[in-house]
Design a protein around this ligand. Structure first.
Ligand code: ADP
Ligand code: MG
Length: 258
């Protein structure tokens, strides 16, 4: 809950997405103000992961559009038509978005430091020495300064996820996306990962976090969004959506996860 400047960092408008006959997103509008933390809650299968993936064009939308910092994601406007960007341009654009997955997705054959250094050097073409210094600072920030030469398989799940967060931050992204970042962790390791995410929230990192951790949402979110069957059923400050939900579907969901 840091200064939110009033600018919108991520804007989704009228997002529709189907897989075959399965309409997974059915007209989603969402604004993520710069510096804000938006927590997305919703039942399994409600479209949360698909929604996150549209933000960096891992999923192409069928209708609607996404902008990040005012720039269209995945497309260029030519007259009144949208042309999809070329693969290289999409990849370059995607480096402006940090993505942290449930299963960490670290490179198993690279050390912790190499994992963090990889994308800024290969995808952003930044100088190795500079990126390495940044990577070390980020590993210190997530409490892993002493692990830079370890391989992922020698780390706990909580440590691996903290490396994944450092790796995402190394891109110096405009927004960080988390897809159930603690769901694969043993319960005793959840706290150390949430603490890192809370620290980022306090420092003004713009984030969208999909999670079932309602306590975390209450403490950290500026806005809580409840997604069900591909629509935003309600959204607002945590005190409203979590403590005083207006919709029966939200109440029913919360009664199961609280
Ligand atoms: P959540 O993250 O809320 O559990 P998802 O976004 O993963 O939901 O999935 C929403 C729906 O979309 C589910 O019915 C799922 O089976 C379907 N789905 C997701 N990705 C694909 C895909 N690549 N191909 C086909 N169906 C998919
Ligand atoms: Mg999911």
């Amino acid at each position: 809950m840091v200064a939110v400047t009033g600018d919108v960092m991520v804007r989704l408008r009228g997002i529709h997405k189907s897989f075959g006959a399965n309409e997974v997103l059915r007209g989603v509008d969402l604004d993520v103000p710069t510096g804000a933390v938006v927590v997305v809650l919703g039942p399994s299968g409600s479209g949360k992961s698909t929604l996150l993936r549209t933000i960096n064009h891992l999923e192409k939308v069928d209708r609607g559009y996404v902008t990040i910092d005012g720039a269209l994601v995945g497309y260029r406007r030519v007259g009144d038509r949208l042309h999809e960007l070329r693969e290289r341009e999409i990849l370059r654009q995607r480096t402006g978005v940090g993505f942290v997955f449930q299963n960490f997705n670290l490179f198993p054959h690279l050390t912790v430091l190499e994992n963090v250094v990889e994308a800024p050097v290969s995808a952003q073409r930044r100088p190795v020495a500079e990126v390495r210094a940044l990577a070390r600072a980020l590993l210190a920030r997530v409490g892993l300064a002493d692990k830079e030469n370890a391989y992922p398989r020698h780390l706990s799940g909580g440590q691996q996820q903290r490396v994944a967060i450092a790796r995402a931050l190394a891109l110096e992204p405009k927004v960080l996306l988390f897809d159930e970042p603690t769901s694969a962790l043993d319960p005793e390791l959840v706290g150390e990962v949430l603490d890192v995410i809370k620290d980022l929230a306090r420092s003004g990192t713009t984030m969208v976090v999909v999670t079932h951790e309602v306590g975390f949402a209450r403490e950290v979110a500026d806005t809580v969004v409840f997604l069900d069957e591909g629509v935003v059923v309600e959204q607002g400050p945590p005190g409203e959506v979590l403590d005083n939900p207006r919709h029966a579907r939200t109440r029913s969901f919360l009664s199961k996860v609280l």
